[in-house]
Design a protein around this ligand. Structure first.
Ligand code: NAD
Ligand code: UFG
Length: 338
């Protein structure tokens, strides 16, 4: 019996494969390596000592999916595969809808044809738009997305919900991630963005390692305690463990469930810089920049539902997130590009 992990060579996927294998699950990874490296799978083996069955294929490739579902004994799918760069999605909307939505429709169709109706989907706090209230509970209404990437998450949540209503044999868990950062404590797997990072923590670690000159802070006039944006940063290993807990929920035939995966605490950009500097002893040069289009002031979770129903809670604090992000970056200045 195996778990199919689409996008399992990527940042969150690779950490989840480690935690799944540590919990005793057999794992099959499907990844087209469009935003990842096969080297991550070698590193996973060095951490867990276990083999990961790997298919380098696209979720749009029906024949490949048929082969996997016929050959492997898949019981559930954790579906990470997707394009995720907000800015790129504005420039290439068709590619985002094709890859994320059309690809997921093919995956779901092949799953049901093979009688596999258990799925955990990587959603995002982005579906709340500019949230109606904070801390954000799962009851907070979905908001208007500000970019095509966000719409793919919101639409896929709707598609999965409608399919589960139409066919209650499906068990569907929508996990809304807040801001994953950090890396495995070994420093051997981590986030390896292509080009100049869009997100705060990889930008900071690349400044720290000397690849980038200084961080630009996007706005200091938000309605937050110090004027910079506030987010709920969550250690990627905690996030990975949330998926292991979600699989146990699926085993109860849970039907449709939605959970926020966050810590419940918000940190501003200045607070992240300060914590990074204190965790690593490295000063981060920065300058103020105008607000980034589409950004909101504050976004952090109420994570009580995941605690009550999944018995899941984030364990790691901001210092560990910063120290682990830095260990990965400093040990692998070029990411997986060995
Ligand atoms: P990532 O890019 O590191 O991982 C995604 C993986 O999917 C990559 O390995 C990529 O090669 C693969 N992939 C993309 N399209 C594919 C396709 N058509 N067929 C097969 N493989 C494909 O990203 P990540 O940060 O690990 O994110 C994983 C998931 O979590 C994504 O769905 C993302 O949208 C979602 N998410 C991420 C964040 C975040 O901040 N990192 C926040 C919320 C949600
Ligand atoms: N920021 C900077 N400078 C940078 C990068 C970011 O000041 O160079 C600021 C942003 O303005 C924001 C905060 O740091 O206030 C966090 O920004 P990120 O880009 O790291 O994260 P976002 O909250 O904007 O978005 C991320 C993912 C989305 C996802 C969302 C919620 O990129 O895909 O978290 O999960 F939807």
């Amino acid at each position: 019996m195996s778990i199919l992990v689409t996008g399992g060579a990527g940042y969150i996927g690779s950490h989840t494969v480690v935690e799944l294998q540590n919990a005793g699950y057999e794992v099959v990874v499907l990844d087209n390596l469009s935003n990842s490296s096969k080297e991550s799978l070698n590193r996973i083996k060095a951490i867990t000592g276990k083999e990961t069955v790997f298919y380098q294929n696209d979720i749009n490739d029906r024949a490949a999916l048929m082969e996997i579902f016929q050959k492997e004994k898949i019981t559930s799918c954790i579906h990470f595969a997707g394009l995720k760069a907000v800015g790129e999605s504005v420039v290439k909307p068709w590619e985002y809808y094709q890859n994320n939505i059309a690809g997921t429709l093919v995956l779901l169709d092949e799953m049901r044809k093979h009688g596999i109706k258990n799925i955990i989907f990587s959603s995002s706090a982005t579906v709340y738009g500019d949230p109606a209230f904070i801390p954000i509970t799962e009851e907070c209404p979905k908001g208007t997305c500000t970019n095509p990437y966000g719409f793919t998450k919101s639409m896929l949540e709707q598609i999965l919900t409608d399919m589960q209503v139409a066919d209650p044999e499906w068990n569907v868990i929508l996990l809304r991630y807040f801001n994953p950062i950090g890396a495995h404590a070994s420093g051997t797997i981590g986030e390896d963005p292509n080009g100049i990072p869009n997100n705060l923590m990889p930008f900071i670690t690349q400044v720290a390692v000397g690849k980038l000159k200084e961080l630009g802070i996007f706005g200091n006039d938000y309605d937050t305690p110090d004027g910079t944006g506030v987010r709920d940063y969550i250690h990627v290993v905690d996030l990975a463990n949330g998926h292991v807990k979600a699989l146990s929920k699926i085993a109860e035939n849970c039907g449709l469930k939605i959970y926020n995966l966050g810590t419940g605490t918000g940190y501003s950009v200045f607070e992240i810089i300060k914590n990074f500097e204190e965790a690593t002893g490295i000063k981060i040069a920065y300058s103020m920049k105008p607000r980034r289009q589409g950004d909101i002031a504050s976004c952090y979770a109420n994570a009580d539902k995941a605690k009550a129903e999944l018995d899941w809670q984030a364990k790691y604090g901001i210092r560990e997130m910063c120290a682990d992000a830095w260990r990965w970056q400093s040990q692998n200045p070029r990411g997986y590009g060995v």
